[in-house]
Design a protein around this ligand. Structure first.
Ligand SMILES: Cc1cc2nc3c(=O)[nH]c(=O)nc-3n(C[C@H](O)[C@H](O)[C@H](O)COP(=O)(O)OP(=O)(O)OC[C@H]3O[C@@H](n4cnc5c(N)ncnc54)[C@H](O)[C@@H]3O)c2cc1C
Ligand SMILES: CC(C)=CCC/C(C)=C/CC/C(C)=C/CSC[C@H](N)C(=O)O
Length: 479
């Protein structure tokens, strides 16, 4: 691949979620205006960024919150002229199945005193721990702005935070936090509920995704007015890519004669669309969907040796949207008028059938949409399984509409944790391996920019721009 010097003529991107659409955007930036970029999508543009309509208003049903330091996402909304709705933060309670172990007050000082009383300095130390990891994670923006790329997830993570980052990927969050001196009570009562609401899993997930999940509890989180999926359609438009509505079924390497003599190796992408089965040839292919037979079912034909198969499981998460009144007595409130919580996270307890429940605002948020928790409101419930009628009647004193969205949401994290390769074949790149480190919109965008740069450098043989050692030190001296 490194001997190729002419520009590629066609690049395929499979998947039009945030990974695929940001890849199309970065490929255009990197390869220039002449290359044809085709983006294949079997469902709707946005993928796991999707809205659901409840009584005439749209709510985020998939990826919903974005961190203030997610710089690619921030750049996209600025570039695409999108905006952020106003948001009011409701009060949070943490419920263990019998009682609330923590209830937020509207008085900041009371919250600080409560946290100090229950957990000592652990919350403060947790802030510092997360900030340190986020600081190191943010080195990626510097590397990518200087066009550096990585050929493996391990290489990328090593360049961010050295052996500590590699270790975090290979240790449970529980072990990582215990080693860092956090108390079992704090881990159990404060950290586990945050992992459950974000990833539907406990503290046996890897330490890095645990840290990412903790940043999801920071202040200043935002979303896109009109729906986060607008970023995907905007990026697709900005990239001048062609959207092909169809399901890719296989990829095969082909050798084709050239008009000038000699041969060229291309990838044949076979897909089914509304107008029937079709094939197309590409110089480079980027796969921006989990390679999991339940989610994408793409086969690689006639590769010798055969390409690696990934069968790792994705975790089911059900988001149920209910317009109704919460049943405060289910959560132990004798007098419902005393109930002021807008978000309830839960601790691991076999009797609890939900991860969380919280009031949500529509994506076109206006001030009127911010409801009081005891009035009728739209609640989003996260659970492992669909809620039964009995469970609905326990959670709500009354309700008039229910909508459910079932997701294979994120990897089912387990150890040992090996991130799948980025380079699947000479010019086939896989983005979603990054989800095994942590699944989040920004992670997909980071993987997309890396794949665009990596495919470019490998095409043109710029090997000095790939897997550079001591990048942090090198760039520190460069202004
Ligand atoms: C309920 C939920 C809540 C979440 N909350 C957050 C959050 O608050 N913040 C955050 O940052 N992240 C969140 N995430 C995670 C985030 O949504 C994902 O990490 C991110 O959207 C993944 O994007 P992607 O483009 O990599 O994959 P996807 O969005 O899954 O995109 C892949 C696309 O490929 C298409 N496709 C698959 N197979 C084929 C095929 N064979 N041919 C053609 N097309 C194909 C699919 O239809 C899909 O559109 C959440 C996820 C879920 C499910
Ligand atoms: C990648 C970095 C550094 C930060 C991302 C932080 C972030 C936004 C984490 C959230 C991840 C996630 C999968 C959340 C799922 S649920 C979100 C929310 N609670 C909801 O109600 O939908």
């Amino acid at each position: 691949a490194s001997e190729l010097r002419y520009p590629p003529s066609k690049i395929a991107v499979i998947g039009a979620g945030i990974g695929g659409t940001s890849a199309a955007y970065f490929l255009r930036q990197t390869f220039g205006k002449d290359v044809q970029i085709d983006v294949f999508e079997k469902g709707t543009v946005g993928g796991r960024l999707a809205t659901i309509n409840v009584e005439g208003k749209d709510y985020e049903a998939g990826g919903s919150i974005i961190h203030p330091l997610n710089l690619h996402m921030k750049h996209f909304i600025k570039e695409l002229g999108l905006s952020v709705p106003e948001n009011r933060h409701g009060l949070l309670g943490i419920y263990n199945g019998d009682e609330f172990v923590f209830e937020e007050s509207s008085w900041y000082i009371i919250n600080i005193l409560k946290l100090l009383w229950h957990y000592g300095f652990s919350p403060l130390r947790m802030n510092m721990w997360v900030e340190d990891i986020l600081d190191k994670f943010m080195r990626i923006y510097r590397y990518q702005s200087h066009d550096y790329s990585f050929s493996s997830m391990e290489g990328l993570f090593h360049a961010l935070g050295g052996n500590d980052f590699i270790q975090m990927l290979n240790r449970t969050l529980d072990e990582t936090l215990q080693k860092a001196g956090f108390s079992q009570k704090f881990i159990y009562e404060m950290v586990t509920p945050i992992m459950r609401v974000n990833y539907g899993q406990g503290v046996n997930i890897n330490g890095f995704v645990g840290a990412v999940s903790m940043t999801g509890a920071d202040s200043g989180l935002w979303s896109v007015k009109g729906g986060n999926k607008l970023v995907c359609s905007g990026l697709l438009y900005a990239s001048k890519a062609q959207l092909i509505s169809g399901t890719v079924i296989s990829i095969e390497e082909r050798t084709r004669p050239q008009r000038t003599g000699g041969t060229v190796k291309l990838y044949e992408v076979s897909y089914n669309s509304a107008s029937g089965p079709a094939t197309d040839m590409y110089d480079i292919v980027l796969i921006a969907t989990p390679l999991n037979h339940k989610m994408s079912n793409i086969t690689f034909q006639n590769f010798n040796p055969p390409l690696a198969q990934f069968s790792d499981r994705y975790h089911q998460m059900v988001a149920t949207f209910v317009h109704g009144r919460i049943n405060a007595s289910f959560f132990g409130y004798k007098d419902p008028s005393h109930f002021h919580l807008a978000n309830i996270f839960t601790i691991e307890n076999p009797n609890l059938f939900i991860y969380s429940i919280g009031v949500v605002s529509p994506v076109q948020n206006t001030h009127d949409d911010m409801k009081q928790p005891m009035g009728p409101a739209v609640w989003k419930v996260f659970s492992k399984e669909s809620l039964t009628k009995e469970q609905m009647n326990l959670l709500f004193s009354s309700y008039d509409s229910v909508k459910e969205k079932k997701w294979l949401a994120y990897p089912h994290y387990h150890l040992p944790n090996t991130c799948p390769p980025i380079i699947l074949h000479d010019r086939i790149y896989y983005l979603n391996g990054i989800e095994w480190a942590a699944s989040a919109m920004e992670m997909s965008a980071v993987a997309a920019k890396n794949a665009a740069l990596l495919s470019y450098h490998r095409w043109y043989g710029n090997m000095n721009m790939i897997d550079q050692e001591d990048l942090y030190e090198k760039l520190k001296t460069e202004l």
